[in-house]
Design a protein. Structure first.
Length: 174
């Protein structure tokens, strides 16, 4: 099972952060418009990602702590299918839907997301990914710490919750 070590932080300067990233000669994957449909599951989180670049059914476990944290991920990449979404909706129901624009970059095994999330604002996510068991948790953690330092992420900007949790909190106050 792939292991990620990742952080999410609020941002008010994604353009500047992307410029800083350029000094590492990143590979640009593209800009994706994504709909993440979160489902009611008894443990962890499960979402169906529908985008023009990424399409996947994702189940993951991650503690809600601010800063970098481990995320255990099961990922099923698929061709877009309305039938899959309908099956999931009928079987387990929708928890919430997150809409976002995401600019995706890679430096080696580290994936960078520069996100604008409808109803929440702008964020940066950094995921150090061990897809094949060749990197230790400590190495992944060090990669996240390195980029948090490079981007000068202030401690109060780190976000503990998923976008789905943040959006549900906003909706509960309306």
């Amino acid at each position: 099972m792939p292991v990620n070590f990742e952080f999410k932080a609020r941002s008010n300067n994604n353009t500047e952060l992307e410029q800083i990233l350029q000094s590492f000669q990143p590979r640009f994957v593209g800009e994706d418009t994504q709909t993440d449909t979160y489902f009611n599951v008894p443990n962890g989180r499960m979402k169906l990602r529908e985008g023009n670049i990424e399409n996947a059914l994702i189940h993951y476990h991650r503690n809600n702590i601010a800063g970098a944290k481990q995320s255990d991920v099961l990922l099923y990449q698929h061709q877009p299918s309305k039938a899959l979404k309908k099956i999931l909706i009928n079987a387990i129901g929708i928890k919430t839907i997150v809409l976002k624009r995401r600019r995706i970059w890679f430096v080696d095994n580290v994936k960078f997301h520069f996100d604008h999330v409808d109803g929440l604002g702008d964020f940066i996510e950094v995921e150090a990914i061990d897809a094949d068991g060749s990197r230790s948790i400590q190495q992944l953690q060090e990669q996240c710490s390195f980029y948090a330092s490079i981007f000068q992420i202030a401690p109060e900007c780190f976000v503990a919750e998923s976008y789905s949790d943040l959006l549900l909190a906003v909706k509960s106050k309306e």
